[in-house]
Design a protein around this ligand. Structure first.
Ligand code: SF4
Ligand code: SF4
Length: 283
């Protein structure tokens, strides 16, 4: 048996800003929503979203005997997250100007797992950082980290949407679990909807065929030519305007410091080779 307070303390010690724990369970409602969304054509040519829906809906299919999901988050807001000057034409999403979070967060999750094993040597499980299909935002909501905003991202009360997530699915139960937040949310705000230059933000989902982030990070199919509005990797437009992001503090963890300043000049190949951008350009 793991103790919730102990998990949170260790998560903080390895560098996470947020940590919540929820039971591993089947999300039938999310599965039905995803299937409908795909049927409506909103997944466009992003075929990976159409695969492994069973696994997404139930993490225990990937980790036999899974009982709990530890959801960890790191805040990464930096000066680039505040937005680019009008007319800037080589814009890069702020998370992509730091060391590749897949590597950084995975290392932090491994360290957290190792520390937890010191308390419970029989503990087993798996760490995920975009490395397998999992409804990570749903688990984050269940674990009390935030809610799903109109632009379909996780919004956290303290750090807004500028948060990167990782999960550990474990076979151990916890003495108690976090609960979803109830007293916060988007309210009447629609800033992200209005800010999207391509009208891609729907009501808590995205039309990926119009989304700049999908167009510049994922591959586009024939006929999907969303205007890029000066973005060359990702897009922060629907995040920069979010009131929760405007009041969010900058990153605390030095591993998430920007590696260059894309407002002054476009980074060269050497500079972006340790960032998430390298995944896109090496394909
Ligand atoms: S990332 Fe950019 S293009 Fe995509 S929904 Fe947000 S504002 Fe629109
Ligand atoms: S901009 Fe407004 S509607 Fe959009 S996620 Fe933030 S609070 Fe919610």
């Amino acid at each position: 048996m793991l103790h919730l307070g102990h998990i949170k303390q260790l998560a903080k010690e390895v560098g996470f800003d947020l940590c919540g724990v929820t039971k591993c369970r089947h999300f039938e409602e999310d599965r039905a929503f995803l299937e409908g969304w795909i049927r409506e054509g909103f997944a466009s040519s992003l075929d990976y979203l159409k695969r492994n829906i069973d696994l997404r809906a139930d993490a225990s299919l990937m980790v036999e005997g899974a009982k709990s999901v530890i959801v960890c988050g790191v805040a990464y807001k930096n000066f680039i997250s505040e937005g680019y000057p009008e007319g800037h034409n080589a814009k890069i999403a702020s998370y992509a100007c730091t060391t590749d979070y897949h590597t950084t967060i995975k290392q932090m999750l491994f360290e957290l797992s190792a520390r937890l094993k010191e308390s419970v040597p029989t503990l087993s499980g798996r760490c995920f950082v975009d490395s397998a299909p999992i409804f990570e935002k749903r688990y984050a909501v269940e674990a009390g980290l935030g809610w799903i905003g109109r632009q379909s991202l996780l919004v956290t009360p303290e750090f807004g949407t500028f948060v990167l997530l990782g999960e550990i699915v474990i076979t151990e139960e916890c003495d108690h679990y976090d609960k979803p937040l109830v007293s916060v949310g988007c309210g009447e705000c629609r800033r992200c909807v209005d800010a999207c230059p391509n009208g891609a933000v729907k009501e808590r989902h995205i039309d990926t065929s119009r989304c700049i982030s999908c167009a510049t990070i994922e591959r586009q199919g024939e006929g999907e030519k969303a205007p890029l509005h000066g973005w060359i990797f990702g897009c922060d437009e629907c995040q920069t305007v979010c009131p929760y992001n405007r009041k969010a503090p900058y990153f605390h963890n030095p591993k998430f410091a920007p590696l260059f300043n894309p407002i002054e000049r476009t980074p060269d190949r050497e500079e972006f080779k340790t960032t998430p951008m390298t995944r896109r350009f090496r394909e």
